[in-house]
Ligand binder design. Structure first.
Ligand code: NAI
Length: 691
């Protein structure tokens, strides 16, 4: 049984009980229907309460039932809601903690809803590229009004029950003994007839067309269809009778479920969950408590990393070599918090509390007791060596020694200590206090306990942790190098930066490669190329990037890069000087410029990512294809509606991807393409990366 039935005097209480959040799977739905029927058959029962066990009313659909025929099997959610709504005895939803998706839709079918003040109320289906398909788009607007419903359904973000107290969603908000309050409420309404139904209400609204148009304008800023369909469905709650609106909602729902966008968003949802699992590190692996932290280096990354700890309530000490650098770093942190506070995103008290958790030092002795230390000094093996030798001397036994290196060999870094099993890579992305991705680099000797602890830390810092093996650039940057390489070749062969950027931005990329370079600073990749030139002298790349940097055009920070910038404005303006530089370079290397289609640009850039990813997967650097998708979705602005490079390639068909690569391999810079064996073998078997 996944819902319990209990009579409390004349009130029947049906308690949904399907941990962790009482997902509405087939058994739970069946047990709820049985409960209603049992209460109807018992003359002693005059009212029925539906509530949830543990810390949820209901989180909605059971994700274990996603994509399974069981989700539609009878009694499905529609049937359960009909049974509840048509029940001849009053049904009261007693809501606490979490009431989302199908859970909220069920409660909207009840005659009354009461709640604790702090319950989280949401219809989050849009986040999976769907809309609430069990009446949510028709009943919620009738309960809370058009504007609130539109906001909740198109964004999927939760509202506190107390913030909705003034709407018709709740009949009572109960502060205090909730169960006693629920029983008293049920007894109070037991004899009231007719039974109120949300479906019989009119939607309260004003300026209907303006509100809908405004919502559409907001939704069109993204690349997603689902928010627009949500708006269509919600408007039907005003323009159509209830039963027609329900049918319209259902049609839209089925179209979305079958579409590529929802497939991609659901893939991303499961990919995030899968990323937290490491096959040879069981879930019960002991983890080390992290109650204090230290960061070495107060630069761009060190400051952001320290803010992560403070935001999670963990005290953190930053160590620098010089007072001036330390002061500068701490001042930047304070300024960042001040900006957040000025934007109203953080209250003054919280802001002060967080700043107070961050302190600075010049002395290693002060950090010796930290549970974890993250090194974020210059990207130079010599500097890393001196830091890790020092850490090995001073840090307490059991401390986790982490490096934020973005390209260097973690195994070599670990070898500078006598405890390589305690060394792990924590590769944050810039700005470190904002970006969700955290690549967790597993060294040859990193212990399972340390790895599990780093994954748990990612969760605590509200990051998406993805495990990567050791290689130059790890998962994300190693793939990016091939993408940037193609972007450079496209310039040599006939494109300008703005054409390349637009070709991928129109697919939904947050930023094309050249706008990204200008934002990150072209000097950073310049420095990496100089190092690589020594390590890999036969490396081929477009020299336009070096020529750009020789002119001091490092990007936004110097007011000029691939584009021109006006002071204080991040808008990228195509540059005449850059055009000349690029065209002249083509002439110098004897290349006749040609017109290149947007399709070729997008394919060369994305397939460069995909092909390198196939090597990464085959080498075991990434654990699974969906981890690679997660890296690109959460760290590189890859369009969510395409589901990441691997799912995108699967959607195109790997045989088509291979064919295109072999075609580009005939081009001017064709010899850089080498079809990854894994890509070839999957393509020839008609399979995809994700199965
Ligand atoms: P940065 O140059 O902004 O900061 C480095 C800081 O380390 C400076 O404040 C410097 O004074 C300090 N430092 C240098 N040697 C030190 C030592 N021996 N002891 C203590 N402090 C020392 O560099 P950034 O950008 O913060 O990079 C740091 C690390 O993070 C590098 O390994 C880099 O590859 C990596 N990284 C950088 C990203 C970025 O976008 N900037 C992204 C991800 C990783």
């Amino acid at each position: 049984m996944t819902a319990q039935y209990q009579a409390h005097g004349s009130v029947a209480v049906i308690t949904l009980n399907n941990p962790p959040v009482n997902g509405m799977n087939l058994e739970t739905r069946g047990a709820a229907v049985d409960g209603i029927n049992r209460a109807l058959a018992d003359d002693a029962i005059t009212a029925i309460i539906i509530t949830g066990a543990g810390n949820a009313f209901s989180g909605g659909a059971d994700i274990k039932e996603f994509n399974s025929p069981k989700s539609l099997a009878e009694p499905n959610l529609h049937t359960l809601i009909d049974v509840v709504e048509n029940c001849t005895k009053p049904v009261i939803a007693a809501i606490h903690h979490v009431c989302m998706g199908g859970g909220l839709e069920l409660s909207l079918g009840c005659h009354y809803r009461i709640s604790t003040p702090d319950a989280q109320i949401a219809l989050p289906e849009v986040k999976l590229g769907l809309l609430p398909g069990a009446g949510g788009t028709q009943r919620l607007p009738r309960a809370v009004g058009l504007e609130i419903a539109l906001k909740m359904i198109t964004t999927g973000t939760p509202e506190r029950a107390s913030d909705l107290a003034k709407t018709a969603l709740f009949d009572e908000i109960i502060d205090g003994d909730f169960f006693a309050g629920a029983l008293a409420f049920a007894q109070k309404v037991a004899a009231t007839r007719p039974l109120p139904k949300v479906r019989d209400q009119n939607v309260s609204h004003s300026h209907f067309s303006d509100v809908i148009e405004h919502a559409k304008k907001q939704a069109k800023r993204g690349f997603l269809i689902a928010p627009l369909d949500c708006i269509e469905a919600v408007s039907a709650s005003v323009t159509m009778p209830f039963d027609e609106g329900i049918l319209f909602e259902r049609q839209l729902f089925y179209t979305l479920v079958a579409g590529a966008e929802s497939k991609a968003l659901r893939h991303a949802f499961f990919a995030e969950r899968a990323a937290s699992k490491i096959p040879d590190v069981p879930a019960d692996t002991p983890i080390r408590a992290i109650k204090s932290a230290a960061v070495i280096g107060a630069g761009t990354m060190g400051g952001g990393i320290a803010m992560n700890f403070a935001n999670a309530g963990i005290p953190v000490k930053i160590l620098e070599t010089k007072e001036q650098a330390l002061e500068k770093g701490l001042a930047t942190i304070a300024k960042n918090y001040q900006n957040t506070r000025d934007k109203g995103k953080l209250g003054p008290e919280k802001c002060e509390q967080r700043i107070a958790l961050i302190s600075g030092t010049l002395d290693y002795a002060d950090i010796a007791n930290a549970d974890i230390v993250i090194e974020a000094v210059f990207e130079d093996m010599g500097v890393k060596q001196s830091v890790f030798e020092q850490l090995d001397k001073v840090m307490k036994p059991g401390a986790i020694l982490a490096s934020n290196t973005s390209t260097l060999d973690l195994n070599q870094i670990a070898s500078f200590t006598k405890r390589p099993e305690d060394v792990v890579g924590t590769h944050f992305f810039s700005p470190a206090n904002v970006m969700k991705l955290l690549e967790i680099v597993r060294g040859k000797q990193t212990s399972r306990e340390v790895l599990a602890s780093a994954m748990a830390l990612a969760k605590k810092l509200k990051k998406i942790g993805v495990v990567s093996g050791v290689c130059d650039g790890f998962i994300g940057n190693r793939m990016l190098e091939k993408y940037i390489q193609q972007a450079g070749f496209l310039l040599d062969e006939g494109c300008l930066p703005e054409q390349v950027d637009k070709a991928v931005e129109k697919l939904g990329f947050a930023m094309g490669p050249f706008r990204m370079g200008d934002l990150a600073g072209n000097d950073i990749s310049y420095a990496i190329r100089k190092r690589r030139a020594i390590e890999k002298p036969d490396m081929v790349y477009s020299k336009t990037a070096d020529k750009l940097c020789d002119l001091g055009r490092f990007g936004q920070k110097t007011g000029a890069g691939w584009y021109d910038y006006q002071p204080g404005d991040r808008t990228a303006h195509p540059s005449e000087l850059v055009r000349q530089l690029i065209e002249q370079h083509s002439t110098e290397i004897g290349l006749t410029r040609r017109t290149i289609s947007d399709q070729e640009i997008a394919e060369r850039l994305i397939y460069a990512l995909v092909n390198e990813a196939a090597f990464i997967l085959e080498e075991g650097i990434a654990q699974r294809a969906s981890d690679i998708d997660m890296v690109y979705l959460s760290g590189y602005g890859f369009p969510l509606h395409l589901g990441g490079p691997m799912l995108y390639a699967d959607t195109i068909g790997l045989a088509n991807v291979e064919k295109a690569i072999r075609h580009y391999a005939q081009g001017h810079y064709g010899n850089v393409w080498e079809v990854a064996p894994l890509l070839h073998s999957l393509a020839s078997k008609g399979q995809g990366f994700n199965g």
